[in-house]
Design a protein around this ligand. Structure first.
Ligand code: ATP
Ligand code: MG
Length: 443
């Protein structure tokens, strides 16, 4: 045969993700995929894999006579979580999940996996010790996808309303929320604190930009073990110039609703897998209910809690308040004594501050803490003196009240708290890939 009569060999198809390959199956059924073996089984010279990649999964069948004996044997010995490359043709198959299966022409093992230690029915402790591998489980993957969608929704809403994303520092010479929960470290012979909040820095940045936000890691040495406290969490914070209670609460309502709706629209399958009906999230619309702290105390007393005006609401109280609710609720006007020094006093009732916590329903409790900030120098200095807070480390912060101060307000949203509620996780550690708790710093 002369070279000219030969059909030139067609180049192999480009790598595709599983989701893309399935979406384009009519046009180009011949594909090359790479991913991980999720399940494997073989019988009578036919090998069945469920192949998983970052986008989805698909069933693969490989026959000994199309792969050749050597390649088939290698593929047959590939255990769960081996990474592989497969080339073949997608064909309709009624029994396959997704309606198609890949008939492989070649299947090559890239990275072997021997005795993957994660399977069902393992203890919580074991799974936490092997979290670096357990992040591949269906539930973790679904949770992380929902989390990422919530964050995307948050940025989308804030950007669309003219907020500027800022990058405040994590290391600081101030312990913004007070020293007791701050992690300290040696900073060239000085004491440095890991940020518990970005708020003070966002307050400085609102002067040039008016509307600012940040998504940073906050650190809190939380000694009490609760299912809603981590020692390291993702903190979404915003500060708004010229804003009062209403503007502050309004932004929180729009922000949270947008985040929830986006997750419900983009990740319905993942939410269902985790036990959350996306319709419940789509049904939530502002305004959310508001209740003064004093009224909340009355309601809790009626349920048998021994509470006085002036005590903070803990996990049990917030659970009782929200257990039977299906929508979030703002608890407003907390006593000054239980809130941070920078929260503005209510001119109508000096016992309380102009602040609000947003509590998630179904017993989950606080997801946002917000307030009007004390913006006048004298009042802020007086408050710090009352609480015995030294001025020296806060000199720069007090300067903000010296040079063109304006009324302003802001809030902090705990991203893992929202994820925990939305994905119905029992413990907040399952809302983050590598949880940091008092007893866990590895993996
Ligand atoms: P709590 O009373 O539940 O400890 P807080 O009053 O200390 O909360 P803020 O200082 O107002 O919380 O922080 C803002 C938000 O950060 C909270 O509404 C919550 O969503 C989140 N948050 C606070 N502490 C933690 C933590 N240890 N782990 C995860 N999220 C947290
Ligand atoms: Mg706290």
């Amino acid at each position: 045969m002369s070279p000219s009569s030969e059909t030139p060999p067609s180049p192999p198809p480009a790598w595709s993700s599983i989701a893309r390959a399935l979406a384009d199956v009519e046009r180009s059924p011949s594909v090359r995929l790479r991913g991980w073996v999720h399940r494997t089984r073989s019988s009578g010279g036919i090998l069945f894999w469920v192949l998983r990649d970052g986008s989805g999964s698909v069933q693969v069948t490989a026959r000994k006579d199309s792969l050749g004996p050597e390649e088939f044997e290698e593929a047959e010995h590939a255990q769960v979580e081996s990474s592989v490359e497969v080339e073949g043709t997608l064909a309709p198959d009624r029994r396959a999940p997704g309606g198609f299966e890949l008939k492989a022409r070649s299947a090559r093992v890239v990275g072997a996996s021997k005795d993957f230690p994660i399977f069902t029915e393992q203890t919580e402790e074991f799974l936490l010790d092997h979290r670096h591998l357990a992040v591949r489980t269906r539930e973790m993957v679904a949770t992380l996808k929902v989390k990422s969608e919530l964050l995307r929704g948050a940025r989308e809403l804030l950007d669309s309303e003219g907020y500027w994303e800022m990058t405040p520092p994590i290391l600081s010479g101030n312990a913004a929320e007070g020293g007791s929960q701050a992690f300290t470290l040696d900073y060239f012979g000085e004491t440095a604190y890991l940020a518990q909040t970005a708020q003070l820095y966002l307050e400085a940045l609102l002067f040039p930009r008016e509307r600012v936000y940040s998504v940073t890691t906050s650190f809190r040495a939380e000694k009490s073990r609760t299912p809603r406290h981590l020692c390291e969490y993702t903190h979404l914070e915003a500060e708004i110039a010229w804003a009062g209670m209403e503007e502050n609460i309004g932004l929180q309502e729009r922000l949270l609703t947008h985040m929830l709706h986006r997750a419900a629209r983009e990740r319905p399958e993942e939410l269902r897998l985790l036990g959350r009906d996306p319709a419940e999230l789509l049904a939530l619309e502002p305004p959310f209910e508001r209740m003064r702290y004093e009224k909340a105390i009355d309601e809790l007393r009626a349920r048998g809690f021994a509470l006085e005006f002036g005590v903070d609401l803990g996990t049990a109280e917030e659970r009782a308040l929200t257990q039977e609710r299906t929508a979030p609720i703002f608890v407003t006007h907390f006593p000054r004594g239980i809130k941070a020094f920078y929260m503005a006093e209510d001119p109508g009732d000096p016992r309380v501050v102009l602040g609000a916590d947003l509590l998630a329903p179904e017993g989950y409790g606080e997801i946002i803490g917000g307030s009007c900030r004390e913006w006048e120098l004298e009042r802020l200095e007086r408050r710090m003196a009352e609480l015995g807070i030294p001025q020296e480390p806060y000199r720069w912060y007090l300067d903000l009240r010296r040079y063109g101060s304006v009324p302003h307000a802001g809030f902090g949203l705990g991203v893992e708290r929202v994820v925990r509620w939305v994905t119905r996780r029992e413990h907040i550690r399952d809302a983050t890939p590598f949880p940091r708790t008092p007893s866990r710093l590895l993996p």
